[in-house]
Ligand binder design. Sequence first.
Ligand SMILES: Nc1nc2c(ncn2[C@@H]2O[C@H](COP(=O)(O)OP(=O)(O)OP(=O)(O)O)[C@@H](O)[C@H]2O)c(=O)[nH]1
Length: 308
Amino acid sequence: MEPVVASSIETGNQRFGQVAIVGRPNVGKSSLLNRLVGQKISITAPKPQTTRHRITGILSEPRGQVVFVDTPGIHQGGSDALNRQLNRTARSGFDGVDLVLFVVQSGRFNEEDAGVLELIRQSGLPTILLINKIDLLQDKTALFPFLAQMQTRFDFLALYPLSAHRDRGFGGLLDLIFKHLPSGEPMYDPDEVTTITTRFMAAEIIREKMARLLHDELPYKTTVLIERFSEEPDLTEIDAVIYVARDSQKGIVIGSGGKKLKDIGSLARHDLEQMLQTKVMLRLWVRVREDWADDERAVQSLGYQLPE
Ligand SMILES: Nc1nc2c(ncn2[C@@H]2O[C@H](COP(=O)(O)OP(=O)(O)OP(=O)(O)O)[C@@H](O)[C@H]2O)c(=O)[nH]1
């Protein structure tokens, strides 16, 4: 999508910038992005590695525009092509970025967090530390030693404890973000909330339903490819293929008598109808593509972009 110059936002003293949301898997990056932009953009699920792509959310206010970049969690230890791809995408998340939001879980800072912080250090970018999930702390005073510890690790612009689940307003955080963005005019139309396509959203929604319904049974190396996406005024027809790595995983996704696949399809169809505001005819297939995660070309052909 080509950026367009917004004409209906007042210009003059405005701020514009790209803000990367980074952190190890499962700390709540997607939840935060959704709350910051005010709608469901990036899928969230209890399973780590839900987000595999760089997704942007756009927030437009009279004082300026923020383009949020949601990067996949940075994984350590994995060495197959999929993991390499994920890591590259995460690193490329820093390209053109003005400010970093580094998300950690309150009271927890492990080696993986340290690895992400190292990438931030290498980027030299100004960074705000977001300490998420403070609702999980029984004793809120436990936050103080954690804050003190985090201050010794890096020269953060600010340390900001919050709960993506509980907090009502993110006004204070947005003030902080805007304050640290360069002056500039909006790049996108204020009506746009994301630069991702509906086609891509459809695949993400199907993947979210799989994660929800299959829980720990969800094969890690699963992906969804939209083969056909035909939009009529009242009806959208979508053909999607769920790729798994082995024959045995096919049975898990289909379920006994096809029940799992049917449930995944009907939950996904419900969300898609809401998003597209049309009736949706969704056809799902499950196909085996052996070892696709080990083959870089296969990974890319399934829609994982190499950074330019
Ligand atoms: N209790 C609590 N749970 C949260 C909070 N924020 C997010 N979660 C949960 O943490 C899990 C992971 O959230 P996501 O937003 O998908 O995390 P992520 O960092 O984007 O994860 P990846 O896509 O794997 O990188 C989900 O089960 C969320 O519901 C919070 O403030 N409090």
